[in-house]
Design a protein around this ligand. Structure first.
Ligand code: BV8
Length: 233
């Protein structure tokens, strides 16, 4: 890797695991006790908005109790020191990359700390419980605010920016994701098609591990700082 090279990094729930946030597909396959289709789809929100708000309010409250870990901090160091182009694309809706100081970052699945008014379509920062009676800070309408999060069946954010970065990448690194959810799980194939080198850093082989030139298995808090030190060292 010479330092003119362009790097795209995809992160998933595994990078936040050592901070104490639950991943999606832990052993029981449930997501904090819920089936995904009951809390992370537009249909679920229509069917039972109070349950969906309760699920996200609990995760937003939990987020306030945790902190970035060594893997987030190592990616921020790379973000600051890498002279080539670099983009961190996170699938995570937590704000740990931001709190670690990352700047060249985008949230393709939205953010826990943002809301979206279905009446006036405004999106805005949100802290604390959203409940199902929350008032929109824009139009003041109550009960029409949803989490600004991309649910299953909804289009992820900033796909054009992501595709452009992948088409221009020399190195694609996937960290802490099971490779179960599309279109994120397909990014490695776009990068390979463009001739990028590909590296997977995860606790165990992901569903797409065969597509990676290099694979490093272990806790992100250990493997990511090691990799960044090698790259910058
Ligand atoms: C869309 C926000 C189309 C919610 C999320 C093709 C085939 C089949 C289905 C589909 C397909 N293409 C699209 C679909 C449908 C669907 C999909 O992919 N379904 C899957 C289940 C098959 N995709 C979609 O619906 C997407 N939208 O395609 O839209 C469209 C087109 C036009 C117009 C309109 C629509 C939208 C997907 C986004 C859903 N939202 N998140 C929220 O967070 O509340 S996805 C959710 O799961 C997470 O955000 C995350 O992104 C995703 C994947 O989870 P991971 O991050 O990978 O976490 P996971 O627990 O799975 O894995 C953690 C990994 O970390 C593990 O491997 C573990 O070993 C590792 N780990 C654990 N600890 C550590 C560690 N690694 C290192 N260190 C550690 N300490």
């Amino acid at each position: 890797m010479n330092n003119r090279n362009n790097i795209v990094i995809l992160t998933g729930a595994g990078i936040s695991a050592e901070s104490g946030l639950a991943t999606f597909r832990a052993a029981d396959g449930l997501w904090e006790g819920h089936r995904v289709e009951n809390v992370a789809t537009p249909e679920a929100f229509v069917r039972d908005p109070a349950l969906v708000h309760q699920f996200y309010d609990a995760r937003r409250a939990r987020l306030a109790e945790v902190a970035p870990n060594a893997a987030h901090l190592a990616l921020t160091r790379l973000d600051v020191e890498w002279p080539g182009e670099l983009l961190i694309v996170t699938q995570n809706v937590d704000d740990l990359h931001e709190r670690a100081g990352a700047k060249r970052l985008l949230h393709m699945h939205g953010e826990l700390n943002r809301g979206w008014c279905l009446r006036c379509n405004e999106r805005f920062a949100w802290s604390g419980a959203m409940g199902d009676g929350a008032a929109c800070p824009g139009c003041d309408t109550r009960g029409m605010v949803r989490p600004d999060i991309v649910w299953f069946g909804e289009m992820p954010y900033e796909m054009e920016t992501i595709e452009a970065a992948l088409m221009n990448a020399d190195l694609f690194v996937s960290i802490g994701t099971s490779g179960a959810v599309y279109p994120a799980a397909g990014f490695v194939q776009t990068a390979r098609y463009r001739g990028a080198s590909t590296l997977e850093i995860n606790l165990e082989p992901s569903q797409g591990s065969i597509f990676f030139d290099e694979r490093r298995y272990g806790p992100a808090g250990v493997e990511v700082p090691k990799w960044v030190e090698e790259l910058l060292g």
